[in-house]
Each structure stands twice: as C-alpha cells, then as structure tokens.
Design a protein around this ligand. Structure first.
Ligand code: SF4
Length: 158
C-alpha cells in the first residue's frame, strides 16, 4: 500500500504542490482549494506540508452520519462520496490534523484522495519533499534517519 511520505527537511515552501492540487481537482490555481497545506515557520525557515493521512481507523469515517466517508481497503484511501455528503462538517471537526476542510466557495467538503493513485503534488515537488511510496519503504527510510541521528549523538559522546 502506498502513502504520501513527507520529508519536512526538504520542503522549500514553494507551494507548487498546493497549486498543482487545486488545479488537478478544481481547475484553479488557488491554494485555498488545495488538499495539501504548507504551514510556514518563517523565523526558522521551516515549511511543513500536511494532507490527509488516510487513517486506518479514521475519526472522520466514524462521525459521518450518512456514510459518505469510507475506507477503501485496497488503496488505503479514505474516500468521500459526494452523493451522500450533506455538508454537516462533522468530519472537519473530528479530524485530529485539520486535514479535511470546507471549500467555502463551492460549499463542499474536500480532502486528499491521492489523485486516484498518482498524486499531482508529488509530480511537481522539485525538492522531493513529497514522495508516493510503499509504506514499508517510508518506514525503512524513517528508521535509517533516526539511526543517523542517534549515531551522530553517540559520536559526540553525549
Ligand atoms: S512542492 Fe515540495 S518543496 Fe514546494 S512547498 Fe510543496 S512540498 Fe514543499
């Protein structure tokens, strides 16, 4: 199963991902319509991309009163059925990460859907801060990074 893997240390804050996302879904270059969001910490020059993490036991799915949100067991994506959504916004409140939101102009809920299996944000991320990889590969990369971190600490004799 593939996931969107974020390397915060590589993000330059260019926001190409936000524009690509909004264009892919709505034909607009409008970050407000993007399913991925970049939080800026300009004092530290750190940029943090965030999008739906497609939770295995998703709160948004639990609180949806109409069954409009459901987990696709094959792709891992939490899918939104607009034919069932009544726009009550319970999912936006339930999401611990703030990664489901209301498109205020169209008055409808929007969330990351991995663009059907080929996320547009990944394609335009020149810094490779975003990758669409098998979850096992993401975990291995994370383990390797933390091992390097501890190795450096050990070498410093801390
Ligand atoms: S495209 Fe990549 S580098 Fe640019 S803001 Fe998005 S995640 Fe960061």
């Amino acid at each position: 199963m593939k996931i969107l893997y974020v390397d915060v240390s590589k993000c330059t804050g260019c926001r190409a991902c936000e524009y690509a996302c909004s264009f892919a879904h709505d034909g607009l270059f409008n970050p407000l319509n993007s399913r991925i969001h970049i939080s800026e910490f300009l004092d530290d020059f750190v940029f943090v991309p965030a999008m739906c993490t497609q939770c295995e036991d998703a709160y948004c799915v639990k609180v949806c009163p109409t069954g409009a949100l459901s987990k696709n067991e094959e792709t891992g994506v939490v899918e939104l059925d607009y034919n069932k959504c009544i726009g009550c916004k319970q999912c936006t409140i339930a999401c611990p990460w703030g990664n489901i939101k209301l498109d205020v102009e169209a008055k409808r809920i929007i969330k990351c859907d991995y663009c059907g299996g080929g996320p547009e944000c990944v394609k335009v991320c020149h810094a490779s801060a975003l990758q669409f990889v098998e979850v096992e590969d993401a975990v291995l990369d994370k383990q390797h990074r933390s091992a390097i971190y501890y190795k450096d600490i050990a070498q410093q004799g801390v």
